[in-house]
Design a protein around this ligand. Sequence first.
Ligand code: ZN
Length: 214
Amino acid sequence: MIEQYSGITLDNLTICKKCDTLHRKKLLKIGGVAKCRECGSVLYRRHRNLVDYGLAIGIAALIFFIIANAFPIVDISLRGVHQAISLPSVLLSLFENGFFLVGIFCSFVIFIFPFTVLVVFIWIMWLLKIRRGEQAVESLLVLLAKILPWNMTEIFLISVFVALVKLIGYAQIHFGLSFWGLIAFVAFDLYLSKSISIDELWRAKKRIFKGKDV
Ligand SMILES: [Zn+2]
């Protein structure tokens, strides 16, 4: 637990996302976790091997993202007609049927934002690992903070589940490789966003490039 705010500069403060309590930041020992005094939720961490850990999880998530998009999610059989449905084919059929706005929105939410978040995250981790491109890391961290709220893959996965449950009564459904790839990707993506915060990446940048123990 860390002590509450007592009148210091803004950079040294952090706010609890759950109960909005303001806290003064403290230097954690490696592997330490700072928790809110009021509600006990995690404020920030200091990972043992943040860069290697983040790089490994990020690359694993990217591999599952590629699998989720490269093969059929489901194979649907209805009255003797079989149809394999993949994520790109869903987006394509939206455009083909004239749903341009929905198609553009879905392309961003399902494909462009998650892909950009992963590539930017891996890029940051790689630059931190090779200890180069301080300015680029700064710009990428700002970009990551802007696009992260638009990453809604878990909501998309839930909507896929709902659609499949509704279809079960009417058609035979066989899950494809991409279905499991999508679940694994969302699991890795959620784990990544819960275990590593932007704030922690900024502090890692300061430690690596400025030599400051923050
Ligand atoms: Zn709290």
